[in-house]
Design a protein around this ligand. Structure first.
Ligand code: SAH
Length: 398
């Protein structure tokens, strides 16, 4: 196994269990590792620190183990998936009769940097964000079979859009495992008793935005008697909860035709008649411009990440401010606004500041009723605060 030897004094972050080794911290690579190989990381003084996946780039090693345990053996993946499942069990998700979809592995949050696994009632959709995890996909699939046995219906790898492109990697999405009789690319799942269709081949990301589960439930709680506008609705997660919560009407807006078509199917699946909702394919900002000022007394604004890297931060903050000013100005008096950012590089404080500036721009009286986060299955490793990405505010607009 290749040894990576750090520069003097550059072992501190690893000793605090931060799971990344930056290329600038490396003094010497004793060998010629291929990308995705497991390497050993040592201090300048020669002390063993960790094992991890090697990759060319700014993050040179993603740590899999800080102890000397055997990270190459088959038990490693089984143990890590069992540990992740224990966390979902502790938070009441695994085996819950009302919710049969959740994030099973959340990268660094579960000690597996570069790996996402979402569980859709027996179908696992995997996404590798590193070469090492992409190369390990068959071993990970075998571990899933061991852990879940006959409960596992299929494993679908959807890494083509996330794994870094490398010559020699066969970046084609597809099934790594299908149980006998399994044939569908679509699955009906339950989330807090609401039904949703998830399609991992046609849908965005792994098929469904599992990270909004708790916030959707909160929207349901506040929806009674309200006229709701769900902007950036995707397949209508918030919309279904709003009607369940007693909304009088819900308009759902997304620029993706495929997503909007799914809203209609999800509404029908839950028994909501056409008169209760309208599903609109449009640009959210254009739509908002035409919205009358007293029409909607509950709005949800959940845009895609505006900043994918640090360099895009200031433009993203301006975009959040513009979008939120447009929304705040159109919420009916006494109405509510659920506003979100899923950009990892925009922290809670900066987002709150952008929304504060937006409110000031409109001149309306705005109160913060709640601060919103990602749920427990999108776990954050305390030694890796970068894992926190979803943030939101619930505002009351007078
Ligand atoms: N709230 C959703 C997730 C939103 S993801 C849920 O609970 O499932 C962001 C969505 O914004 C995607 O569906 C994407 O198609 C949509 N989108 C991106 N740009 C848009 C735009 N300019 N106008 C409207 N929708 C847009």
């Amino acid at each position: 196994m290749t040894k990576i030897i750090l520069k003097k004094g550059r072992d501190e972050s690893l000793r605090r269990f931060h799971p990344w080794v930056f290329s600038g911290a490396i003094a010497q690579i004793a060998g010629h590792p291929s990308e995705g190989d497991i390497v050993g990381v040592f201090s300048h003084e020669g002390e063993f620190l960790a094992y991890g996946h090697y990759q060319v780039g700014s993050i040179a090693v993603r740590i899999l183990s800080f102890s000397g345990e055997d990270v190459l053996g088959p038990d490693f993946w089984v143990n890590m998936i069992r540990r992740a499942l224990a966390v979902r069990d502790a938070s009441g998700l695994a085996g819950c009769p009302q919710t049969n979809c959740f994030r099973l592995v959340h990268g660094e949050g579960d000690g597996l940097p570069g790996l996402i696994i979402d569980w859709y009632d027996g179908v696992c959709v995997t996404q590798a964000h590193s070469v090492g995890m992409f190369r390990a996909k068959n071993a990970i699939c075998e571990a899933l079979k061991t852990v879940f046995g006959s409960d596992l219906k299929a494993v679908y790898d959807k890494s083509s859009g996330t794994a870094p492109f490398k010559a020699g990697l066969d970046l084609v999405d597809g099934y790594i495992f299908k149980s006998e009789g399994f044939s569908d690319d679509e699955q009906e799942v339950l989330e807090n008793g609401n039904k949703f269709l998830v399609n991992w081949t046609e849908g965005q990301k792994t098929g469904f935005f599992l990270d909004q589960r708790e916030n959707r439930a909160l929207v349901g709680k506040y929806s009674t008697g309200r006229n709701v506008l769900n902007l950036f609705c995707y397949t209508g997660g918030f919309s279904v909860y709003a009607l369940r919560g007693g909304a009088v009407h819900v308009d759902s807006v997304d620029s993706s035709r495929k997503a909007v078509d799914m809203v209609g199917r999800n509404m029908a699946l839950n028994g909501y008649e056409a008169g209760l909702h309208e599903d609109i394919c449009a640009d959210a900002i254009d739509f908002l411009r035409e919205v009358p000022e007293d029409k909607y007394d509950l709005m949800i604004v959940d845009p895609p990440a505006f900043a994918k890297h640090r360099g895009a931060l200031s433009n993203a903050l301006r975009a959040y401010q513009r979008l939120n000013a447009a929304a705040i100005s159109k919420v009916a008096p006494g109405g509510l606004l659920f506003t979100f950012s899923c950009s990892q590089v925009v922290d809670k404080e900066s987002f709150a500041l952008a929304v504060f500036s937006a409110a000031a721009q409109t001149g309306r009286s705005v109160r913060i009723l709640d601060r919103l986060n990602q749920p427990a299955d999108h776990s954050v490793n305390i030694y890796h605060p970068e894992g926190e990405y979803l943030k939101g505010l619930l505002l009351y607009v007078e």
